[in-house]
Write a protein that binds this ligand. Structure first.
Ligand SMILES: NC(=O)C1=CN([C@@H]2O[C@H](COP(=O)(O)OP(=O)(O)OC[C@H]3O[C@@H](n4cnc5c(N)ncnc54)[C@H](OP(=O)(O)O)[C@@H]3O)[C@@H](O)[C@H]2O)C=CC1
Ligand SMILES: Cc1cn([C@H]2C[C@H](O)[C@@H](COP(=O)(O)OP(=O)(O)O[C@H]3O[C@@H](C)C(=O)[C@@H](O)[C@H]3O)O2)c(=O)[nH]c1=O
Ligand SMILES: [Mg+2]
Length: 297
């Protein structure tokens, strides 16, 4: 199977490249080869490809910055995926796209199901939702994988921010009223490969699916686990969203109901604490005794 992927250096793209299963060849297009700022150029690449599956792992992901960069983030997150989906539909090539928990308004405490109402609170979420709508409208065979709170050893993410701040300070104030499932980019990559295999064999499947690590936690709890595993003694103080003002509003409830992914693709929610240990190991941030333990595991 040949996969053509938009994105090369991001968290998910990096893990896709590293984790390609036997028999799968992946071509990753970085910005110089495929700039999502040029949706027509991206569509042309799809028109000319001989790939069996198209994956989009590129996006505008700077949540606060998107509040100012509304035009640019909309082209990258909404117009480009729609153009790619249209071209893929015309060619009859399955398309897998990644979206986010930030398409929801975060009300209540019930895990969101794929068909629940979307009402994004911030510009990033609105552009990602518009991207989903463009893909839905394109038709063809597509799957949207919504995930949340992505971390890995590469790029920018909460784990790396906490390791940096935790080494500098004795105490951090972290919001404890936003709850969701941290998700390792490596686990997302494995899930996308599973979806790609299934979408190219057997009866036609597609639609919107949810995938996040388990258990659901708030950011303060996530931070405590990071410090515990990394052997840092940084104290974490629970604060509320109101105590941590940011340009973009963030949802309180980011829990994702991942049942349909399990039913259709057989993928279960991975324990993010296990994936976190692997990422810390890769970063060289596990304390020595635990490092030996994790190698044995
Ligand atoms: N990060 C998270 O917490 C979450 C992410 N997601 C979604 O998962 C997907 C992957 O995210 P993640 O791996 O974290 O992303 P990253 O922020 O790690 O990387 C984004 C990637 O998109 C590329 N990109 C940005 N702008 C363009 C452009 N104009 N043309 C081509 N490529 C571009 C970047 O390229 P370059 O390196 O050149 O800048 C980079 O490779 C995205 O769809 C995102 O919305 C969903 C939920 C949570
Ligand atoms: C650094 C820091 C952050 N926080 C809070 C702010 C925020 O609510 C939470 C997480 O911060 P981040 O900047 O990592 O959050 P953010 O960049 O909004 O993360 C999101 O990115 C996009 C791309 C997604 O799709 C989402 O799933 C989600 O992962 O932690 C603190 O409370 N204290 C701190 O010292
Ligand atoms: Mg961020």
């Amino acid at each position: 199977m040949n996969i053509l992927m938009f994105g090369r250096s991001g968290q998910v793209a990096t893990e896709m490249i590293r984790r390609a299963p036997d028999g799968v060849s992946i071509t990753a297009l970085g910005r110089p080869n495929a700039d999502l700022v040029d949706p027509r150029g991206c569509a042309k690449i799809v028109q000319e490809t001989n790939a069996d599956v198209i994956v989009n792992a590129a996006a505008y992901t700077a949540v606060d910055q998107a509040e100012k960069d509304k035009v640019l983030s909309n082209i990258i997150n909404a117009q480009a995926p729609a153009a790619i989906a249209n071209a893929a539909a015309i060619r009859g090539i399955p398309f897998i796209h990644i979206s986010t928990d930030y398409v929801f308004d975060g009300s209540g405490t019930t895990p969101w199901k794929p068909d629940d109402r979307c009402a994004p609170l911030n510009a990033y979420g609105r552009t990602k939702r518009r991207g989903e709508e463009g893909i839905l409208a394109a038709g063809g065979q597509w799957a949207i994988l919504r995930t949340s709170w992505v971390f890995s050893a590469h790029g920018n993410n909460f784990v790396k921010t906490m390791l940096r701040l935790g080494s500098e300070r004795d105490k951090l104030r972290i919001v404890a009223d936003q709850t969701g499932g941290p998700t390792a980019a490596a686990d997302i990559a494995d899930t996308i490969y599973r979806m790609a295999m299934r979408m190219t064999t057997g009866p036609k499947v597609g639609g919107i699916f949810h995938f996040s690590g388990t258990p659901d936690v708030n950011w303060a709890q996530f931070a405590r686990e990071i410090f515990m595993q990394a052997g840092l003694f940084t104290q974490v103080e629970d604060i509320s969203t109101a105590d941590y003002p940011t340009p973009a509003k963030r949802p309180h409830n980011s829990r994702l109901d991942c049942e349909s992914l399990k039913k259709i693709f057989g993928v279960e929610r991975p324990d993010w604490r296990i994936s976190l240990r692997r990422v810390l190991d890769e970063l060289g941030r596990l304390p020595s005794p635990a490092k030996g333990g994790s190698r044995a595991a």
